[in-house]
Design a protein around this ligand. Sequence first.
Ligand code: ZN
Length: 139
Amino acid sequence: MRRRDPSRQEVRETLRQAEKLVKDSLETAKTDSLSEAIRQLYQVFPKEQWLERAVTRYLLATVEEQSRHTWLVKGVPELGDKKAYYLVTQVGDKYECSCYNAPFGWTRRKNICTHIAAVMLYKRRRYIDEYISDENNDY
Ligand SMILES: [Zn+2]
């Protein structure tokens, strides 16, 4: 991955930033694409802490698209990751993450992991950005 590893300090600050972003997105009518993506994800998964971790991964730019249905998500030790990278794949409308293969993976399977959540956020935001810019191009 192109980006260097974030420092502990950076991760802590990003977590705080993510906390504020999630709160603002849910409580105010901010219309930027990231706030919109956060709101959409919250409608499906109304779990704030989970979202904050996903937003943190997203803000740290740990998501890298490999192909249309495959993403590499860089591990962040401060978020409890043991591996350097996780592979997220999409099959139909289902996602799988390589962290599911780890011990205690079954607990994660019930609660969609935040690697997948970060990918969902990445996809949604890009979709919203493209949709809005397409709309603008029409006029
Ligand atoms: Zn995972």
